[in-house]
Ligand binder design. Structure first.
Ligand SMILES: NC(=O)c1ccc[n+]([C@@H]2O[C@H](COP(=O)([O-])OP(=O)(O)OC[C@H]3O[C@@H](n4cnc5c(N)ncnc54)[C@H](O)[C@@H]3O)[C@@H](O)[C@H]2O)c1
Length: 258
């Protein structure tokens, strides 16, 4: 039996990369999945991939930085599946690199709106639903946010990204502390340099030197695969991780130890 048999899951940023791989793994483990992304076409492709393996999913076009849309996202998931057992708040953006003293304020706001406020809004509305649910298996619900190795060591030229990802880990700790007694867990996965569209965009935006600097930090030179992040996130959200709460799990092959 799959780890999420009979459960309902939601993954943001699931139209691509880590979110897509995670949504597919949730479905393989038995969950019905709300596939959420700003990019509706990407979300629909993920739904098709899940359906082609016999899984059940539906697509939702949502901007996670918009509270009304996030509230509707949770409502639509509950309307479809009856409850929300597992939420992976994964949607995120990258940006060109800047020297700290040259960072435009609008870049700071753009980054924080999606990568930090977006996670806050998702957790706020997911929790509002989870506290109303009966306990099923080990709890009322679980959340896993996608942070980053940049929640531990700074991303070069990306102080706004670093700040947002440290913030994601901070929010996780608050939620883990406040909701443990209600049997709701919250953890984070901290990916290393992972082979996705975001990484390729960052290589393009910041040039070959940036690419070399990042690749030099990857153990054995092999980038992390999105599935390797998804396997960890899906496990963290499962009853098999029933006592894991408030933890940030680094999935980078040991790159952070460089
Ligand atoms: N790829 C890496 O090396 C890496 C490393 C550490 C952390 N991460 C984190 O992993 C997460 C997923 O990134 P990825 O590498 O799979 O990138 P990706 O670009 O492949 O996927 C990100 C998805 O998020 C969606 N998205 C962006 N803004 C959104 C918004 N406002 N509302 C809803 N959806 C939105 C995009 O449309 C896209 O489909 C991000 O939070 C990122 O910061 C990635």
């Amino acid at each position: 039996m799959g780890m999420h048999e009979g459960r309902a899951a939601l993954v943001t940023g699931a139209g691509s990369g880590i979110g897509r791989a995670s949504a597919q793994i949730f479905a393989r483990e038995g969950a019905r999945v709300a596939v959420v992304d700003l990019d509706e076409a990407g979300a629909r492709e993920t739904v098709d991939l899940i359906a082609s393996e016999g899984g059940e999913a539906f697509a939702l076009a949502v901007d996670v930085a918009d509270e009304a849309q996030v509230e509707s996202m949770v409502a639509a998931t509950v309307e479809r599946f009856g409850r929300l057992d597992a939420a992976m708040n994964n949607a995120g953006i990258t940006s060109p690199s800047f020297q700290f003293h040259e960072m435009p304020l609008e870049e700071w706001h753009r980054m924080l709106a999606v990568n930090l406020t977006g996670v806050f809004l998702c957790m706020k509305h997911e929790l509002a639903q989870m506290v109303t649910q009966d306990v099923l298996g080990a709890g009322r619900g679980t959340i896993c946010n996608t942070a980053s190795g940049a929640a531990v060591v700074p991303a070069p030229g990306q102080p706004h990204y670093t700040a947002a990802k440290h913030g994601v880990v901070g929010l996780m700790k608050n939620v883990a502390q406040e909701y443990a007694s209600q049997k709701i867990r919250c953890n984070s996965v901290l990916p290393g340099i992972t082979d996705t569209a975001m990484l390729r965009a960052s290589f393009e935006a910041n040039g070959p030197e940036h690419r070399k600097r990042l690749e030099a930090t990857v153990p054995g030179g092999v980038l992390v695969r999105p599935e390797e992040i998804g396997e960890t996130a899906v496990w963290l959200c499962s009853d098999r991780a029933s006592r894991v709460n408030g933890q940030g799990v680094i999935v980078d092959g040991g790159g952070v130890l460089r």
